[in-house]
Every structure is written in C-alpha cells, then in structure tokens.
Design a protein around this ligand. Structure first.
Ligand code: FAD
Length: 397
C-alpha cells in the first residue's frame, strides 16, 4: 500500500521505518522546514528499545546515548535516596533490551538517516497537512502549499494538536493538567561535584518534582522540573522562562537540582496537556499514532515509547491485512496498553507530589524499606511496562 504519515516526529519516523520493513511505500509529511526537536533528552525504556533493535538501529543509537546506572527516587529537598535499583547486564538480559537516555535531536537524526537510506524520497519537510478527504477511494491529503498527496492509508502521527484527530473526531482542545514543565540541558563539566547522579533519578517534593539524567555518553545532564500551578502558559513548545522563576519553583530542592537551573543557558517552560482516552483511533483508511492518539503526562517517561510500540504493531497489522482493515486490529492491540500507561502516568502525579510530611512518610517509607530489603518488589511493579514484548504482539515481519 501507499501510506501517508502526517508528522515527522519520533512516532512518524519510526512508523515509516516499520512500514517500509513491512513492504509498504511511505511518504512522511512534516510541517517544519527541517526536522527538529526541542533541545532536551528522552528516556528510551527497554520496551521500545526492542523495536529499535529489530529495525537494526540500536547500535547507532547506543553510540550517541547514555546508559543509566540505576533507576532512582530521591527526596527533592534533602537529596536522600528513597530507592536505587541498579541497571546492569542482568537487568538488560531480563528486559531483553537496554535502557537508554538520548538527546531528542540525536534520536531524530538516526531515524531520519535510516529513512533516507531506505527511501530518499520518503520525507517531505515544509509540508503541513491542512485538509483530509476520505470521500473517495483511499485518502487525499492537501498541504498548506496546495499540493495534494493520495494514498491508501493516512496515519496521523502529528502530535497532541493533531489535525488528523480533528478530522476524525472534531475539534477538541487538549486539557491543561495543572502542571508546567521546565527543561534544560547542561554540560556536565559545568556542574562540578554537583552534577546529578549518572542514573534516571526522580526527585520528589511537595507539589513538584524534578527528573535528572545524563545524555551524549555522559557529557550532558538533562533536567526536567515539573510544578503544579493554576496559571496556564501559552501553547509554544519553545517558550523560555526565566532563571529566577525556575529557581523560585525549586528553591526548596537539593543543590544538584538548583545547580542545573543555575548553570543552564536556556530554560524552556511549557504547559503539560493531555486528553481523556479517545473514543476510537481509526476511521476507514485513517488512524492515529503516538501523542495524536494518546497524549499523556510524562510521569512514567513513556509517551515516545508508546509511539514507538504503536509503530511496530501498526506495520505488523498492515502487513497481514492487504487493505486498511488492519487498522482495527492495530487499535484493538494497542489501545488497552496505551490507555493503561496514560492512566498510570497521571496517577504518578500524586505519588511524586506528596505535600504533607505524613503523606510523604506513608508513600516513601514503604518504598525506602522495599528498596533495601526487597528490591524485587519494586522491579516487579515496573515489569508490565519494561518487559512487555511488543514484537510478539504481531506476527514477525
Ligand atoms: C517534559 C516532557 C518529558 C518527556 N519525557 C519523555 C521520556 O523520557 N520518554 C518518553 O518516551 N516520552 C517522553 N515524553 C513524551 C514524548 O515527548 C512524546 O510522547 C513524543 O514526542 C510523541 O511523539 P509523536 O511523534 O507522537 O508526536 P510529536 O513529537 O509531537 O511529533 C509530531 C510531529 O508532527 C508534526 N506536525 C504537527 N502537525 C502537523 C501537520 N498538520 N502537518 C504535518 N506535520 C505536522 C510536528 O511538527 C511534529 O514534528 C516527554 C514529554 C514531555 C512534555
């Protein structure tokens, strides 16, 4: 089939690689003039790293990524460790894939390079999808320039404000979750002895939390700081905040978190939005993938990983069906898991943001004990996410 993908983000490009592998012709329509991502990191957990291994690009990613030494939770205010679960060869063997931290631009670069190699004509930039017509055979997509593309199937991988979603389900504004996120990437050598640990670390605190990890072979430190607020910032993904504002939000946090803010050249700030689970992900020859289908709070670091899992399953379903009927199977396989991850991500807000001393002790005390005497219990709680074998959800292709 000829498959049109709206959106050349992580989900769209991974879908393109999977669909080409499954024998289809793809065209990716990306609105930006060039492929770009926010200057920030991304955690690629083993459940989605499996897809990259199957696509043959894991080595390229590992060359520019960082492998965290542990999954940790700390008290934001004192820096005291609640638990630290080491990640080593045993965990990798258990998960059948590595846990990676990668700069978003590096990930997009690897995905785009592989796509160019497979089909130099597959990616069109400065190609904003503005209209969709499914009244005839297949689907007709019109761009802002007036150009028209025709295909058998359209995949909306165009993010939280998806025009493909709007075409399918009508206009509906994404919901402000009452959280804003700060983001920065800082060279580690600027941070001296206050550099964050070489782990995936969540720093929990009252009404806020921070996440720190390393990128680029350990040379860069990534900072995400989330704060609850009633004030909704504007829509832009590239809005800059001020250092003073960020420091106010994290004034009560330990030095490694404050140092990241103090040493950052740029501090980006934006609203975290999501949507309730959609009624459906497909309609005729059109289907949604990634944030277009299931935007979620980033509190399990699974948004991109779910898009990557979607991509593998979508292509597997469209390999087996010779027409768009595979889209129903794709939705049936993916929706329960993505919806569960969406809900679990939202639940983590309360876990990370405990306000009273009593609530903190009741939540973090048992986790502290389990981390010391029964770490297997904590690992077991993550298994449904990390050990999931998405490759086995569809027939091999
Ligand atoms: C603070 C924060 C931290 C996060 N951390 C993690 C993490 O550690 N791990 C993880 O897995 N996930 C994480 N996520 C979630 C992750 O960033 C998203 O889930 C992921 O980027 C979704 O990918 P996507 O391809 O579906 O959508 P997007 O990344 O939004 O890509 C959509 C693409 O479509 C293009 N587009 C939009 N409209 C059109 C149009 N009309 N025509 C053509 N092109 C269009 C856009 O330009 C864009 O390139 C985090 C999110 C946030 C906010």
């Amino acid at each position: 089939m000829k498959i049109i993908i709206a959106g050349g983000g992580i989900g769209g490009l991974t879908a393109a690689l999977c669909l080409i592998r499954a024998g289809h012709t793809v065209i990716v329509l990306e609105q930006a003039e060039e492929l770009r991502e926010v200057g920030a990191g991304l955690q690629i957990s083993p459940n989605s790293a499996r897809v990259f291994a199957a696509l043959g690009i894991l080595k390229d990613l590992q060359a520019v990524a960082f492998k965290p030494q542990a999954l940790e939770m700390r008290l934001g205010q004192t820096g005291r460790t609640i638990f630290s679960l080491p990640i080593g060869p045993r965990q990798e063997a258990r998960w059948c894939a590595p846990y990676l931290h990668i700069h978003r631009a590096h990930l997009l670069g690897v995905l785009a390079a592989r796509l160019m190699l497979l089909d130099p004509d597959a990616l069109k930039v400065a190609a904003r999808v503005t209209a969709i017509d499914t009244s005839g055979q297949g689907v007709k997509v019109t761009l802002g320039s007036g150009a028209v593309h025709e295909g058998d199937v359209l995949i909306g991988a165009d993010g939280i404000h998806s025009v493909v979603r709007t075409h399918m389900l009508g206009p509906d504004r994404a919901r402000f979750t009452g959280n804003v996120a700060w983001r920065a990437v800082v060279p580690v050598d600027r941070l001296g002895r206050h550099a964050p640990p070489p782990t995936a670390c969540v720093w929990v605190g009252p009404g806020r939390h921070a996440v720190t990890y390393r990128l680029d072979g350990g040379r860069l430190a990534n900072f995400v700081g989330v704060v609850e607020t009633d004030v909704e910032p504007d829509e832009s993904w590239r809005a800059r905040g001020t250092r003073a504002q960020a420091l106010t939000h994290f004034a009560c946090f330990a030095v490694p978190v404050r140092s990241l803010i103090e040493q950052a050249d740029d501090l980006f700030l934006w609203a975290l939005r999501d949507r309730a689970p959609l009624a459906c992900w497909h309609d005729g020859p059109v289907a949604l993938l990634g944030d277009a289908a299931h935007p979620m709070l980033p509190f399990l670091a699974q948004g991109a990983s779910m898009a990557i899992e979607d991509a593998w399953v979508l292509a597997g379903c469209l390999k087996q069906a010779s027409d768009a009927s595979g889209l129903a199977r794709y939705e049936a396989i993916r929706k329960p898991r993505a919806t569960r991850v969406q809900a679990a991500s939202a639940d983590n807000m309360a876990v990370f943001h405990r306000r009273s001393r009593l609530a903190q002790i009741a939540t973090y005390g048992p986790a502290w004990v389990a981390g010391r005497i029964a770490p297997g219990v904590l690992r077991g709680m993550q298994d449904w996410i990390y050990t999931h074998d998405v490759l086995a959800d569809v027939a091999p292709y």
